[in-house]
Ligand binder design. Structure first.
Ligand SMILES: [Ca+2]
Ligand SMILES: [Ca+2]
Ligand SMILES: [Ca+2]
Ligand SMILES: [Ca+2]
Length: 736
């Protein structure tokens, strides 16, 4: 259906303002508006569908696409056995999400036996990797202490030999970058310094401080910061006259081994003003006026501000050698799992003990896997890395006979998807199909983290098939069908596990893309417009196609999505979500019919109601029988608001004109019984910066620990609420 794809240009121009999945939705909209006979199949039930009808070309009949996808992936030779009946318990439930919403995989792993299929699109569900690359790359690039001490007068001079960045990537697909030159991109996410600041703070409010030990009462703040001073002083004043952390918390093996230097809370800047710098670069001439509450730096020249060359302090874990559980690097491996003495002859093989981690070839390798594994050599000198003999005291974790990380690392690991996969029981893993995608040029290295998840699945014996894109090239899902026709082809494609594999990883982006193609987004966070469409469509179609007993009966009108609310115990407030009911749901003739449910978690910068148009589009496809009928549910991933005038928390608000329509947060009754009030946007402030991460947050953005920030829990509440209040198949006893 080339014509409708072509028209997406106009729609996507509007959608790009919303970023991420919206581009895909606009494209899908155009596609849906074009019926099999090339005419509009649109009713007037949804604004979005009317929009699409206006914009859709109707100048040609559908292309005749091949009936099935070509399954020529990396591992197509290990085709699944489709003759065997599927022994799994089926719940007719799937969950997926994009970007921030890709944490759907974590939620599914935390609730085994709930979802038949999970989709993690362009996400960061490998939480431990997110932390380690942040420490290695984003917070890296600083010169050794001796270099800096020799140039104390030039620490703020970018032309002096005081900068040792960029930090060297360790894994394929990583970007070389450093704290003064953070990787910049604007595909789906505009990665300014403000963006990085908010991401670092957001992860800290979710899990606590991950760079240094956190304060006992304010887990985002570093231990040793004077909390009363921090909370009682305006940010500008804190930056102008920072108070050092206490002496015991100022030690750091790399930059303050004798505790000689003051360590200060870090203030960064709004962004560079000097010519020639990217929006993510540090500008040595710009004021330091923006605190990043979790971070500290070492003030080597004692002037009270972070100068260009001064290091961010990292005391995240005891120093270790990532050489594998054999305890030795390749140069000393004896080929029998042991180690030669340091004087040994050169090794005969590149990896004599076979322990080098490789996501594709050696998913259980522990050398170079960017993580501490039990048995690897470490220095039991505590988190500051300085031995007690030098510091005069033993710090946290020191001399206790085991490897330590900051206490908050445990809360991060509890939500680490690849750890959850590796630790899951066979029975728990068996019930779920996994659909993964990521770009080879994703700005936050989603490709690396997703490869690690593939490795974890392979470690568990799952045959994850890897496709290098959607269409048009060898190794893609449809080598014979171009990217432009991929989604139209899905209507008639065989998306079963037998045809394309039970577990899928689509790594999109052309390694040989031209600079112009890369500028269009090739391999990036959202991708090119056509990638955004293909990514969303492929997962949705596969998830719905794999539900048992698909119902493709045509003939009922498409439905608009509805913004609804329920009382959330996890949040202690009324909470909103968006739901799309299938065509014919309200028709008395169908009163006995039950439907599969698909939950989809939106990305950063979106809210649940933004996906309403997607539900309307899919409803059109269900209405004309091109897609099986299902209930679509979009939980809200934004944080609740606080009304600055009343002090009241508002967790069920839908965007209006200059206001938000908010359901009374205290209402525990039925939807109809709850008052809805209009609150001016200017009064409403989010309780976190960049979205909830669909995680039960430790604190709000003001750093205060709370027990009513259960955003992950609320997703599962919605699953239960939908079962209890709508005709889901899962609401019945599961069927084999
Ligand atoms: Ca300084
Ligand atoms: Ca390791
Ligand atoms: Ca080794
Ligand atoms: Ca220790």
């Amino acid at each position: 259906m080339r014509g409708s794809i072509h028209t997406t240009t106009r729609l996507t121009a509007r959608a790009r303002a919303r970023g991420l999945a919206s581009v895909a939705l606009a494209s899908l909209l155009a596609l849906a508006a074009c019926g099999d006979d090339g005419t509009s199949a649109v009713g007037d039930t949804a604004d979005a569908t009317a929009d699409a009808a206006d914009a859709a070309d109707t100048d040609g009949p559908a292309d005749t696409a091949p009936d099935t996808l070509d399954a020529a992936g990396d591992s197509a030779d290990t085709a699944a056995d489709t003759a065997e009946p599927d022994p799994r318990v089926r719940h007719s439930r799937a969950i997926g999400g994009m970007s921030m919403g890709a944490v759907a995989i974590t939620i599914a792993l935390e609730h085994p036996g709930t979802f038949d299929m999970v989709g993690a699109l362009g996400g960061y569900a490998d939480a431990s990797y997110l932390m380690s690359h942040m420490l290695r790359l984003e917070l890296g690039g600083f010169c050794p202490l001796a270099t800096l001490e020799a140039e104390l007068a030039a620490l703020n001079d970018p032309t002096a030999p005081v900068w040792c960045g960029p930090a060297t990537p360790k894994l394929e697909l990583e970007f070389a970058q450093d704290w003064n030159h953070l990787h910049y991109d604007s595909n789906g996410i505009t990665m300014t310094r403000e963006f990085y600041r908010e991401v670092i703070e957001n992860f800290s409010i979710a899990f606590g401080n991950l760079t240094v030990p956190g304060d006992a009462t304010r887990p985002v703040l570093p231990a040793g910061v004077d909390v009363a001073w921090y909370e009682g002083t305006a940010p500008a004043d804190r930056c102008a006259d920072p108070k050092p952390v206490d002496h015991e918390h100022s030690f750091n093996l790399e930059y303050n081994p004798d505790g000689a230097y003051a360590v200060l809370p870090l203030c960064d800047q709004d962004g560079p003003t000097a010519a020639g710098l990217a929006p993510s670069d540090f500008d040595a001439a710009a004021p330091r006026n923006r605190p990043i509450s979790p971070l500290l730096f070492v003030d080597l020249n004692g002037d009270g501000r972070r100068d260009y060359a001064e290091p961010v302090m990292v005391n995240a874990w005891e120093r270790f050698d990532d050489v594998g559980v054999d305890g030795c690097p390749n140069a000393l491996e004896d080929g029998a799992g042991g180690c030669h003495a340091a004087t040994a002859i050169p090794p005969l093989a590149p990896d004599p003990n076979g322990d080098d981690y490789d996501w594709a070839q050696n998913p259980d390798g522990t050398e170079g896997n960017d993580a501490y594994d039990l048995g690897e050599p470490y220095r039991d000198d505590g988190l500051d890395g300085v031995p007690a003999a030098r510091a005069g005291f033993a710090d946290e974790g020191e001399g206790n006979g085991h490897w330590d990380a900051v206490a908050n690392f445990a809360s991060l690991m509890a939500r680490d998807a690849d750890s959850l996969i590796r630790a899951a029981s066979d029975e728990d893993l068996a019930g779920t199909d996994f659909w993964l995608d990521a770009g080879i040029r994703d700005a936050l290295q989603a490709g690396v983290g997703t490869r690690n998840i593939v490795a974890a699945l392979r470690s568990r014996g799952r045959d994850v098939r890897v496709y290098h894109g959607f269409g048009g090239r060898e190794g893609t899902l449809t080598p014979a069908v171009g990217d432009g026709e991929f989604t139209a082809n899905l209507f008639s494609a065989d998306l079963s596990a037998g045809a394309i594999g039970r577990d899928i990883y689509v790594e999109y982006g052309d390694p040989d893309a031209t600079p112009a193609q890369i500028a269009e987004g090739d391999g990036k966070h959202v991708g090119r417009d056509i990638d955004a469409l293909n990514r969303l469509a492929a997962f949705l179609f596969a998830a719905l196609a794999r539900m048992p007993d698909p119902d493709r009966t045509p003939g009922f009108d498409p439905q608009a999505a509805r913004d609804v609310s329920y009382y959330s115990e996890a949040l202690g407030a009324r909470r909103g979500f968006t739901i799309g009911l299938p065509p014919g749901y309200d028709d008395p003739a169908n009163a006995a019919l039950r439907y599969p449910v698909l939950f989809f978690l939106h990305g950063l910068g979106q809210e649940a109601s933004d996906l309403g148009p997607a539900a309307a589009v899919l409803s059109i496809l269900m209405s004309d029988g091109r897609m099986p009928k299902a209930i679509l549910v979009f939980p809200d991933g934004q944080c609740c608001f606080v009304d600055q005038e009343t002090g009241q928390r508002e967790c069920a608000c839908v965007e209006g004109q200059g206001v938000r329509h908010c359901v009374d947060p205290a209402c525990t009754g039925s939807e109809a019984s709850c008052a809805v009030r209009d609150i001016p946007n200017a009064r409403l402030v989010r309780e976190c910066q960049k979205g909830s991460l669909y995680t039960d947050l430790l604190t709000d953005r003001w750093g205060v620990p709370r027990s009513d920030l259960g955003y992950a829990t609320s997703v599962m509440e919605i699953v239960g609420y939908v079962d209890a209040n709508y005709r889901t198949r899962a609401g019945e006893a599961p069927s084999r």
